[in-house]
Every structure is written in C-alpha cells, then in structure tokens.
Design a protein around this ligand. Structure first.
Ligand code: GLP
Length: 241
C-alpha cells in the first residue's frame, strides 16, 4: 500500500483528480469505479474544472458506481444516482449509456445484482477504483460482518452507517436500511485502487485498514491484499498511523 499524507482536504481532492485524469489520458476508454459520500466531492469538482479547461475528456469513459440505496428512486435527492448526476455526470461529457449504478427500485433485486455483475464483466472489469471509507471501515456498502461478499448483493446497513447517513435525511426513519453494493470481487479485480479519507472520524478505520489484521470486521483491511493501492489522507485521517 502506498500512503500519501496531504496537508488538507483540498490537496487530497486535487491529487485524486490528477490520478483519475492521468488514468483517462493514458486510456481514454477507462472503466472507472466511483464512490459517493462527502469525501469525493472535492475530487469531482476538480475533475469538472479540468474538463472545463479541456484537460480531460470523458467521452469514452465507462463508470460503475459502488452502490445505491435499496428502494430509493433515482430522482430522490438522496439517491446515489441523483448525487452522481448533480455532482459529476451533468457537468462532464460522459455518455449516459456508459454510466452504471445499481437500480434501487428494481423489481427483482437478485436479478439486478446478477445483471450488474454481468455488465462489469462485459466492460472488462475496472481499471481504476476510487473508494471512500466509512467510520467502521466499510467500503462501498460492504459492512463489517462475519462474512464478506464477493458478488454484488443486497446488504443491511449497520447502526453506525445509518447514523452517519442520517445527516442527509430529514428524519431518522427516512434513512434507508438496505442498499445494493458491489462486492469485494469487482473491487479487488480493479487494476488500481485509490482510497481517500479526510478528518479525525476516519483515523481509526484508516489505522485498521493499514496496520490491522485482514478481517471481515474491517472490510477495508482486505485492500492490503491488492497489489496497487494508494491511500490519500489528510493529517487528521492519518493521525493514528
Ligand atoms: C457511504 C458510501 C461509501 C462512502 C461512505 C463515507 O456509506 N456508501 O462509499 O465511502 O459513505 O462517506 P463520507 O465520504 O461522506 O464520509
């Protein structure tokens, strides 16, 4: 694992955007694995600025998001589909047919998960996977558990994650309890992975990710087994390593 410690959130965002842009410059039809959450917002803003300056072209890029809340329609303001459209896709020239997110409102969730896996397979897997991290070490919505799932799956969210996500919803009971999440298979199959973390609340999860045993209790720790992972941190997120 390569660890980069930056001075602040803006520096993390800039470095991550440079890596994503570099990937696209080297391979214009790159398959990107993308996260949601507050952490990648600065990176997305930076990528939009690069696109506006003509420095990066998304016309051949293919994207796969990590996850989507189960039963939240795409037009819901807290759906990840809405998040991605408003924070990235609407501002760049990625083709709509090249964008993939699990459908939260699908009628048959098992089929949706199998179809998502099949689309990933057809696309040839992910070239560059960008990850955030939950306070409990989840990546995507692969939550701490006794077992870790390899395939895209319907998952129950943990109490910590529901609490962390409640800041985005009007009332606690509105926070979804389930999500469809990519499994570890697609993530670990990515040729290259970058994980971003900012702030004190992530310091303990980062410590476990980097220095802990590989354990299903900290899903991010499995990244230790991947050959090309770069972790980009600010001082606070790096404070326990
Ligand atoms: C959600 C997402 C994760 C993300 C995490 C952290 O749980 N499913 O992909 O990494 O939030 O979010 P934030 O960056 O807002 O701390």
């Amino acid at each position: 694992m390569r660890i980069l410690i930056e001075k602040d959130y803006a520096a993390i965002s800039r470095k991550a955007a440079l890596m994503v842009a570099g990937q696209i410059l080297l391979k214009p039809n790159s398959v990107l694995g993308l996260p949601t959450g507050g952490t990648p917002l600065g990176m997305y803003q930076e990528l939009i600025r690069m696109y506006d300056r003509g420095e990066v072209d998304f016309s051949e890029v293919v994207t796969f998001n990590l996850d989507e809340y189960y039963q939240l329609p795409p037009e819901h303001e807290q759906s990840y589909y809405y998040f991605m459209r408003h924070n990235l896709f609407n501002h760049i020239n990625v083709k709509p047919e090249n964008i993939h997110l699990p459908k939260g409102t699908c009628a048959d969730v098992e089929k949706e998960c199998a179809d998502y896996e099949e689309s990933l397979r057809k696309a040839g897997g992910i070239d560059l996977q960008v990850l955030g991290i939950g306070v409990n070490g989840h990546i995507g919505f692969i939550e701490p558990d006794q077992r870790l799932s390899v395939q895209t799956k319907l998952v129950s969210l943990t109490k910590e994650t529901i609490a962390a996500n409640s800041r985005f919803f009007a009332a606690p009971e509105d926070v979804p309890r389930y999500a469809i999440s990519m499994g570890l298979g697609a993530i670990l199959n990515a040729k290259r992975i970058i994980l971003l973390a900012s702030g004190k609340s992530k310091a303990s999860a980062i410590k476990e990710t980097v220095n802990g045993y590989v354990s299903a209790q900290t899903p991010s720790s499995i990244l230790q087994t991947h050959a090309d992972v770069t972790i980009i941190l600010d001082q606070e997120a790096a404070s326990l390593i």
